[in-house]
Design a protein around this ligand. Structure first.
Ligand code: C2E
Ligand code: CA
Ligand code: CA
Ligand code: CA
Length: 278
């Protein structure tokens, strides 16, 4: 057994090294970037389509190099995951988010902060304790936190996911399923898991070309989610027609370039101040 474990370890390491060579991104680069505070949270506003006001934000990681270059997550998160840096990277990010957003969360009590998790968090049982140790007693209450899990990849261990979602609910935080429609689970399953929110993926929002032309897939998703009491957020909203269509289907929460790209903290807080609920 030990021999097999060693063998698997060696193969994983070999693959990681090969991957690192190919992508020219050694593990220590990411590790060093985390320690040096170069992994930064950017914030994309979530907008209420009825009022035009801000209801919260999604945290999206960026690698901001010392020379000012900003690297998007697509270039490094798979690699962080392969090298077991995804969890420490996320915990470091959550600490920054807490410090960045305590002020606005104290001021605007129903401001929601959404944080993306990796699949690994559901294998590692400590995520709920980690959330607690980072946010307990902070200016951000559990009710203001949402954790997003993606359905782009299958969740192998459904029992573990179930257990963690329950523990999150016991704490008071909510859980969103990201990229809904692209992946592996149907809404009935999400409902049994206890998912609170679904995020309708951009590929569906992109199907809306004209505010007056129905898109049956979206209508179906929306009505099913509504029947199950699941909240809906539309992502990747880029045009006025998309916003109008969604609003006409009573989807009230949306994010996208129509409103704002992800912003660094100071720009986000300026926008948040202008758009906070009155
Ligand atoms: P996601 O969670 O689905 O995030 C939405 C992505 O779409 C973000 O890309 C965002 O910048 C982009 N986006 C938002 N509005 C629009 C729009 O109107 N048009 C277009 N074309 N794009 C829009 P980003 O920031 O590059 O992140 C890519 C993915 O990386 C995320 O997809 C998420 O899966 C992952 N990711 C980002 N940050 C984190 C993180 O802190 N932890 C984890 N686990 N994953 C993260
Ligand atoms: Ca997300
Ligand atoms: Ca998403
Ligand atoms: Ca997406």
């Amino acid at each position: 057994f030990t021999v097999i474990a060693c063998l698997i370890g060696a193969i994983t390491l070999a693959l990681a090294i090969q991957y690192a060579r190919r992508s020219k991104m050694p593990a220590y680069d990411i590790e060093r970037a985390i320690v040096a505070g170069e992994m930064k949270p950017y914030y994309q506003p979530v907008i209420n389509l009825r009022t035009g006001r801000l209801t919260g934000c999604e945290v999206l990681i960026r690698w901001v190099k010392r020379n000012g270059e900003v690297i998007p997550p697509g270039a490094f998160i798979d690699y962080a995951e392969m090298t077991n840096l995804a969890i420490p990277m996320t915990l470091n990010l959550m600490e920054q988010v807490r410090d960045d957003l305590e002020g606005i969360c104290r001021e605007v009590r129903d401001f929601k902060v959404s944080i993306n998790l990796f699949e690994g968090h559901f294998r590692d049982g400590s995520i709920v304790d980690d959330i607690q140790s980072i946010f307990e007693g902070s200016g951000i209450s559990y009710e203001q936190l949402v954790f997003e899990i993606t359905e782009r990849r299958p969740l192998d261990d459904r029992a573990a996911v179930n257990r963690i979602v329950s523990a999150m609910h016991a704490l008071g935080v909510r859980v969103a399923m990201d990229d809904v429609g692209t992946g592996h689970s149907n809404l009935a399953y999400l409902h049994t898991l206890g998912i609170d929110i679904i995020k309708i993926d951009k590929i569906f929002v992109d199907m809306i070309k004209d505010a007056n032309v129905p898109v049956p897939v979206i209508d179906g998703l929306v009505s099913m989610a509504r029947d199950m009491g699941i909240e809906i957020i539309a992502e990747g909203v880029e045009t006025q027609d998309q916003a109008l269509y969604l609003r006409s289907k009573n989807v009230t929460l949306a994010q996208g370039y129509l409103f704002s790209p992800p912003l660094k903290l100071d720009s986000f807080l300026t926008l948040a101040n202008a758009l906070k609920p009155q």
